[in-house]
Every structure is written in structure tokens, then in C-alpha cells.
Design a protein around this ligand. Structure first.
Ligand SMILES: Cc1cc2nc3c(=O)[nH]c(=O)nc-3n(C[C@H](O)[C@H](O)[C@H](O)COP(=O)(O)O)c2cc1C
Length: 192
């Protein structure tokens, strides 16, 4: 049974380390699993007037459907000012609209957090800051592993590849753990 994950980077930057991390992850998935990369590009700033006048923007509706259809979500998050980045929180806020549709997207959805930063702590504070957000949305946060890619400037090469064997190994273990959890849940779904 194939496990299909969707990966989203919480960055809009062309040279994003977090987008690069997802691309490497997509090529390092365990057998019988796949990671499809989606984007938060094109999502406007949340504005309740915009929502009531124009409805859910197309970029939001598309991403909602992609997450709803996936077996799990991998969020590769940057860290801004020791917390989560505003553009990514804005995207998740939009994805939770309207409230009546939020459960289709997030309730019981396995979510894993990973992140890369040029600093020494690899987004640990950002990942912590996401916890109450996904708890509020009723997602199933996977706590079986952590992927904190520190010193990203030297971990990724000019092509966005990871040469460092230890980081590649950590990524492979992280993906294997999350996929195993998602697969187990898929085989024996809980009543939610
Ligand atoms: C406003 C701002 C605040 C930042 N704060 C942090 C921080 O608290 N911790 C950290 O490790 N990096 C911080 N950074 C650096 C980001 O980790 C870095 O820009 C990273 O490349 C962003 O992720 P990306 O490469 O996926 O776009 C900050 C960057 C910006 C622009």
C-alpha cells in the first residue's frame, strides 16, 4: 500500500533551504511511498473581507485539496525570530477556512515537522511554535523523530543537494519513521 505524502515548505524564497530539503526528501522516500511537493506561493494575506467577498482563493483551494487527498503532511519550516514564519502561518490560516471545511483538511491528518536554517539550532523553536497550531486544527502530530537541519549554508551544495552523510542518514530515518506511522494508521484507521 503506497503512502502518499504532501510536502510544503514555509518559504517563498527561490533558493529556500526548506524547499531544497523537501526536494531531497522526495528523492529519499522509503519504498512504497511518495512525497509530492506543493507550494504556498500565490496565497494572499488573509483578509476576512476578501474571504467574504471573493471566497477561498484558488491557490488555497488547490492546496487544501492536495492535503486532504494525501495520507500525511510534511511541513518544512524556516524559523523567523525564534518562531514560525508569518508567510507559512498565513497559509495555514487560509487552509483552515472556512471552519466547516477545516476537518476535511486537517482533522486526524498525520503531520511531521522538519526544518532547515543557517543557524546552529535548525528551527527547533519554530517547530515548537507550530505545535499549538496543529493541535488546534486536530492534526495528528508525529513526535517520533526530529529533523533539525542546522548550518544549512554548508549542508546544501550549490545544486540544493545534501552531501553530508550524517544529515542524509537523519533524513532517511526521519522519513522512514513518519511513513511507517502513516502506513500503520492507513492500515488500521481510527474512528475519528
Ligand atoms: C525576519 C527573519 C528572522 C529570522 N530569524 C531566525 C531565527 O530566529 N532563527 C534562525 O535560525 N534563523 C532565522 N532567520 C534566518 C532564516 O533561517 C534564513 O533566512 C533561512 O534561509 C530561511 O529559510 P529558507 O531558506 O527556507 O527561506 C531569520 C530570517 C529572517 C528573514
Amino acid at each position: 500500500m503506497t503512502v502518499n505524502l504532501v510536502g510544503v515548505a514555509g518559504s517563498l524564497r527561490r533558493g529556500s533551504f526548506n524547499s531544497a530539503l523537501l526536494r531531497v526528501a522526495a528523492g529519499a522516500m522509503p519504498p512504497d511511498s511518495a512525497l509530492r511537493i506543493e507550494s504556498i506561493a500565490g496565497i494572499p494575506l488573509y483578509d476576512a473581507d476578501l474571504e467574504s467577498e471573493c471566497g477561498i482563493p484558488q491557490a488555497v483551494a488547490r492546496l487544501k485539496d492536495a492535503i486532504a487527498a494525501a495520507d500525511g503532511l510534511l511541513l518544512a519550516t524556516p524559523e523567523y525570530n525564534n518562531s514560525l514564519p508569518g508567510v507559512a502561518k498565513n497559509a495555514i490560516d487560509w487552509l483552515s477556512r472556512p471552519p466547516a471545511d477545516a476537518a476535511r483538511v486537517f482533522r486526524g491528518k498525520p503531520v511531521a515537522l522538519a526544518g532547515a536554517s543557517p543557524g546552529g539550532f535548525g528551527t527547533v523553536l519554530s517547530q515548537n511554535a507550530w505545535l499549538p497550531v496543529f493541535r488546534t486544527l486536530g492534526a495528528e502530530l508525529w513526535a517520533g523523530g526530529r529533523l533539525l537541519v542546522a548550518r544549512a549554508g554548508s549542508v546544501f551544495d550549490a545544486n540544493g543537494e545534501i552531501a553530508d552523510a550524517a544529515t542524509r542518514d537523519s533524513l532517511a530515518k526521519f522519513l522512514a519513521g513518519f511513513v511507517a506511522q502513516v502506513r500503520a494508521r492507513k492500515l488500521a484507521p481510527k474512528d475519528l
